[in-house]
Design a protein around this ligand. Structure first.
Ligand code: SF4
Length: 608
């Protein structure tokens, strides 16, 4: 085992024996592994004991650890959840993590307000609203939201509807086309509106059957009272709901809420499936891609998935069916109980219909993983075709397996920046992307700026003894290309293949030939060049905007007398942006320490 840094040694010597979470960091300060322990001292030390029989993955990880952070908890259960939250946030390289989970949408019903709306959101807040999801099938979810909004006449406006007395709002078109009852103008009572929202909540939580019973009852009494309009409305709603439920029906013979889970793996790929059954009806199937190294056992992958999934799941079932159990099952079961307020049974069925359901979920997961692998295969075949085509089109000695593309973005005299994106086998490798603030060039001299960033990029790579790319692409024509070639010469990199790709006509320039070479517009070679050039362009512009907005915020507040760096930071940390500060009143600003009434007035005057 390599010699550990003295600071890490000291931390290892003084590890506490309490439960908690440990976070291993590499030399770049990045968290590479996060784990939980009942006894931190015992657990963490095992990683650094050579006598311990570690897997190659753990050995590889431990070799990179230079520092360690600890977070103590009162119980192991707290540690379990803290670990899941931290893995979710940092996505460490050696943990099992859900891929792209932050992109999955939720449905939010704003039940904390008198006339709730249905929204599609990306995260669950503790704001008193009711959430459903996450939905991995965003399209299906949008269709459901639209269906429910129309069926139960839920408002779609952004009004904050005040109490009846102060209400001075006006109905919109939705009211006239009978898509909203018009609560904004007091044309619908809160009680009546609530009935629609309660129906939406019932459907989203899988209680559609119960809702149909209620509507049937309502239809009958409306018809008995000769209120045929109301009876017809209930009838239409019943029919609409039945048509949807019919499609979802699975016959599980029980009216219990159940989640059926399965996991399929292939190499480093894993897919988990959750089938949500509510009152015997399959209301949703969610699928998640996971990153899990091949030597992590299936039960550990399952455990990690379950903790991360249920930690962000607002609707818990009564029973959980799994293909197999996992090490922390008892801890997990206790935690679920604290979340739901009653026990959730965790079952690994051995016989009967539940086995078939778990198998069904597994077959779905297997199918998805097969599709994923086929897609990857196709993508890599397409990519290698592009790389080979580019080699031929440019008559390069070797395939441009690794490529970089440089671009400059400037809007005026200040904030000039440069970008360098990196492609490997025709695919972006974002870890290798770099951006630069132009330091030595003033004015709008694109050629000199290109020289500066090329020089900084290659000097650094040479210094760090990193491999040089097989091909350099610069965004631009002859001018940009010659400046780059001149700079490469200074760095003794004359042999480095380099080309320029000019905009509009997509002309490709190569050094020492004055006319551009012609590559067919439909050729995979040109497609790859355009792709890397566009990516460099996007990356440069994004960085330019960031630099510009930072400067604008800084200068707007800095110019106000009485606002130093500390107060500026306090204002921005509290309110987020200058735009938000502009919308406040002086009283709100004076709530901050050090902001007097006079200063608050001055801030608002200066920003308007
Ligand atoms: S009618 Fe009124 S409450 Fe309904 S959507 Fe329009 S503005 Fe909103």
């Amino acid at each position: 085992m390599k010699k550990l840094p003295s600071e890490l040694m000291l931390k290892l010597k003084n590890l506490p024996t309490s439960p908690g979470v440990y976070l291993f960091k590499n030399s770049k300060g990045k968290f590479i592994y996060i784990g939980k322990a009942k006894n931190l001292r015992n657990r963490v030390r095992t990683y650094f004991q050579s006598s311990h029989d570690h897997s190659p993955r753990i050995l590889h990880m431990v070799r990179q650890v230079v520092d360690l952070e600890l977070m103590l908890t009162d119980t192991e259960m707290e540690a379990l959840i803290l670990e899941a939250n931290l893995v979710h946030e940092h996505k460490p390289r050696y943990n099992v993590a859900l891929k792209d989970d932050k992109h999955f949408p939720y449905v939010k019903v704003t039940t904390q307000e008198p006339f709730p709306k249905i929204l599609i959101v990306r995260k669950v807040d503790k704001d008193g609203a009711t959430y459903f999801g996450p939905y991995t099938n965003a399209r299906g979810m949008r269709k459901t939201v639209s269906f429910l909004t129309h069926l139960f006449k839920i408002r779609t406006c952004n009004y904050i509807i005040p109490p009846v007395k102060g209400r001075k709002l006006q109905v919109c078109l939705d009211y006239h086309i009978k898509r909203c009852g018009g609560p904004c103008e007091n044309l619908q009572s809160q009680e009546d509106y609530k009935e629609g929202i309660d129906s939406v909540l019932m459907v989203l939580s899988g209680r559609s059957k119960k809702l149909i019973d209620q509507l049937t009852q309502k239809m009958k009494s409306a018809s008995d009272n000769m209120d045929y309009e109301e009876a017809a409305e209930s009838r239409d709603r019943i029919e609409a709901l039945q048509s949807v439920i019919f499609k979802q029906k699975v016959d599980v013979g029980e009216l219990i809420d159940q989640d059926i889970i399965a996991l399929a793996r292939d190499g480093n790929y894993a897919v988990a499936i959750v089938m949500q059954i509510r009152e015997g009806i399959l209301i949703g199937r969610q699928d998640f891609q996971l990153s899990a190294d091949v030597d992590i056992k299936d039960d550990i992958v399952l455990q990690n998935f379950l903790v991360q999934y249920y930690n962000n799941q607002p609707n818990l079932p009564e029973e959980l069916y799994l293909p197999y159990t996992f090490p922390d099952v008892i801890l997990f079961e206790s935690w679920l109980k604290t979340q739901k307020g009653k026990k959730i049974k965790i079952i690994t069925p051995q016989i009967g219909q539940k086995v078939r359901l778990v198998e069904l979920a597994f077959r779905n997961a297997r199918l998805l993983i097969d599709e994923l692998l086929i897609q990857k295969q196709k993508q890599s075949e397409r990519t290698s075709k592009m790389v080979i085509a580019l080699k031929e089109a440019l008559q390069l000695k070797r395939s441009p397996r690794t490529m970089v593309c440089f671009d400059i973005s400037n809007t005026g005299e200040t904030d000039s920046v440069g970008s360098c994106v990196f492609f490997e086998n025709g695919q972006p490798k974002k870890k290798e992307y770099r951006h630069f603030k132009i330091k030595t060039v003033t004015g709008q001299d694109d050629f000199k700026m290109m020289q500066e960033i090329v020089s900084r990029y290659f000097n650094r790579r040479i210094e760090e003894k990193l491999e040089l790319p097989d091909l350099i692409v610069v965004d631009g024509g002859k001018g940009q290309l010659s400046s780059t070639v001149a700079e490469l010469k200074k760095l003794n990199l004359d042999d480095q293949p380099v080309i320029g790709l000019a905009k509009k006509l997509e002309e490709v320039f190569i050094p020492s030939i004055s006319d551009p070479i012609v590559i067919k517009k439909t050729s995979p070679a040109l497609m790859l060049l355009k792709r890397i050039r566009d990516e460099a362009h996007r990356f440069a512009i994004t960085y330019n905007r960031k630099v510009r907005s930072k400067r604008t915020i800084k200068s707007a507040l800095d110019e106000i007398k009485g606002i130093g760096p500390a107060k500026r930071q306090l204002l921005l940390n509290t309110f987020g942006s200058v735009e938000r500060i502009k919308q406040l009143n002086a009283d709100e600003l004076t709530k901050l320490k050090g902001i007097t009434k006079e200063l608050a007035d001055l801030i608002l005057r200066s920003l308007t």
